[in-house]
Design a protein around this ligand. Structure first.
Ligand code: 6PG
Length: 253
């Protein structure tokens, strides 16, 4: 897969990347509400997305998003309680959700304190209740926006290299083991991630440059680089990166 088939948006540094990402999220939120009366977003864990959430909680972005018509989901969660320091829910709640007027019913938490299998089934039931049972429909569109980070090993959400979710074709949510602590995760799968209307993958820092080049310029092998799953999805996928992360990319015209 070559990068000319992916949208690559390069910002000069982390600060301008976060502002560019916040601008894009706010724009998509406004367009989604205008077109469909709601904005559904799946949040990511990780330190790069966290900086974006902090920006979205403040002006000028916070008042551009209609939080009463925003439905918040997660792309993955750790199998930990909601108040655990490594909970993706807690990170997003501390950075963003506790600062905005979003109705509690619009926050679709993955219940990390359940067993991973039960948490996955409960979350899938929630997704089916929200989107309808379109698991077999070719015309199905899922989230208005999926936010993803990319791990140093090329993972997205909690789809790690060489793990079963890379090949999942039926279920929308599955448990998975992580090579990083906490070990047990719950993650969205390719069938629902690929159906997102828009996907933003946030990548920052020189330490991810070589992996980013493998993902965007190298041969496609999603078992080795799950981030390449985003290259074959149906929606608009934009890689939003800082210049430091692009240092190993092939020249682009
Ligand atoms: C998680 C995230 C994970 C994260 C990447 C990138 O639960 O940790 O969903 O997929 O987005 O590991 O994280 P950084 O942006 O902190 O490198």
């Amino acid at each position: 897969m070559r990068a000319e088939r992916t949208n690559l948006d390069v910002s000069s540094d982390l600060g301008s990347l976060m502002r560019a990402a916040a601008e894009r999220v706010a724009g998509l939120a406004q367009a989604s509400v205008a077109a469909r009366g709601r904005f559904s977003i799946a949040l990511s864990g990780g330190s790069t997305p966290r900086a974006l959430y902090v920006l979205l909680a403040g002006e000028p972005f916070v008042s551009r998003i209609d939080w009463k018509k925003t439905e918040v989901f997660w792309g993955d969660e750790r199998a930990v309680p909601r108040d655990a320091t490594d909970s993706n829910y807690r990170m997003a709640n501390d950075a963003l959700l506790s600062h905005v007027a979003i109705p509690e019913k619009n926050v679709h938490r993955i219940v990390g304190e359940e067993t991973p299998e039960r948490a996955a089934r409960l979350y899938e039931d929630d997704l089916v209740a929200f989107f309808g049972d379109a698991r077999k429909s070719d015309a199905f569109i899922s989230f208005d926006l999926v936010l993803l980070g990319m791990g140093p090993d090329g993972h997205i959400a909690s789809i790690f290299p060489g793990t079963p979710p890379v090949d999942e074709v039926q279920r929308w949510v599955v448990p998975n083991e992580s090579p990083f602590l906490p070990k047990m995760r719950i993650t969205l799968t390719p069938p629902i991630l690929a159906r997102a209307r828009n996907t933003i993958v946030l990548v920052a820092g020189a330490e991810k440059a070589s992996r980013l080049a493998e993902v965007l310029d190298g041969p496609v092998d999603a078992h080795r680089l799950p981030a390449q799953l985003t290259l074959s999805g149906g929606g608009n996928v934009t890689w939003m990166v800082d210049r430091a992360a692009t240092s190993a990319l092939a020249p682009r015209d």
